[in-house]
Ligand binder design. Sequence first.
Ligand SMILES: NC(=O)c1ccc[n+]([C@@H]2O[C@H](COP(=O)([O-])OP(=O)(O)OC[C@H]3O[C@@H](n4cnc5c(N)ncnc54)[C@H](OP(=O)(O)O)[C@@H]3O)[C@@H](O)[C@H]2O)c1
Ligand SMILES: [Zn+2]
Length: 329
Amino acid sequence: MVTIILAQSQDGVIGTSGGILPWGKNMRSDLQRFKEMTTGHPVIMGRKTWDSLGRPLPKRRNIVISRNLDFRPEGCEVARSWYEATRLAEGEDAFVIGGAEIYRLALASADRIESTIILGTFRGDVLSPLPQLKDQPEWNLTGQELHEADARNDWPYMFETWSRVAAATDTQQRQSFVVLEHARSEQQSRVMEGIQDRGECPFCMENLAKTHTNPILAEGAHWLVTRNRWPYEHTREHILIISRRHASRLGDLRGNGVGDELILLMQNLEAELGIESGAAFLRFGKPAYNGGSVDHLHFHVIVPDMDGDWEKIKVKMGVNPKKITPTPA
Ligand SMILES: NC(=O)c1ccc[n+]([C@@H]2O[C@H](COP(=O)([O-])OP(=O)(O)OC[C@H]3O[C@@H](n4cnc5c(N)ncnc54)[C@H](OP(=O)(O)O)[C@@H]3O)[C@@H](O)[C@H]2O)c1
Ligand SMILES: [Zn+2]
């Protein structure tokens, strides 16, 4: 389980670029709640928040996300991506403790948000990237406590707990996440049989590393970019852009900027991999129809191999009526 924990003003201010808390140090009940909730659990933070803390938080595994390969400070574990951070904290109740960049990455994976709202107006140039949760159908307010200012707290404040509404999919359709007939090699077939036996979605973030061995090239709040483990024949590049949350149909995609982020990631790929021409396509809905092997919405970006004897790239799509399993009512 992943919990986002943050404190913010009514206007969504969470910090200053200098790392000083906008409401000062005398909001002790918030600090105490933070300590009680996170002690004994891994805490995941961005490199800037780590810098502003100045030391590891005691009695917690400190996981710090940075792109800088030379960043190796004492007292913390370093992750190169949000995805790697979640791998490090796998199986534990992890707390995402900021800052803004990391909250944005964590939102799609979070199950719970613990928010302290400091009831005042403060100056600060770091704003919460979280949407207005009351407008989000996937989030429910499951706890709320209002407190007055007192000797230990300079401002009145509200504790709020938001819980993600459980997705309706999961358990019932467990077995149908992969279509073995669409495997393109012996090895892929074997790997997919294992996935089938476990009954889990291989593209969901908590499972991806079990069968996907290629590095993560980039990630945003909505999408993760990596190379296909079994590239199509005659491609120079075969990239997958996978939805960070489980989605099958297009209607399952949620959240602000999901389309913009996709284009931005593809533009970065084009520049970073020196891609001059290629094709991109989306597999959504049931693999039996869309020709894919995994029932989890993903894009393919393919670049032809122009060296040597040029060959057409063939992409499977369409329906084999014999292979369609009826959807359970
Ligand atoms: N009110 C609260 O509850 C709260 C909690 C925490 C922090 N804060 C405030 O938030 C501010 C800091 O937030 P911030 O958004 O500026 O910084 P941040 O999220 O703490 O850290 C940003 C850094 O994380 C790394 N990073 C971000 N995305 C990454 C990715 N996809 N892959 C790998 N590394 C990635 C980069 O480190 P490198 O540059 O090393 O590559 C980036 O510079 C401070 O003012 C702090 O006081 C407030
Ligand atoms: Zn999935």
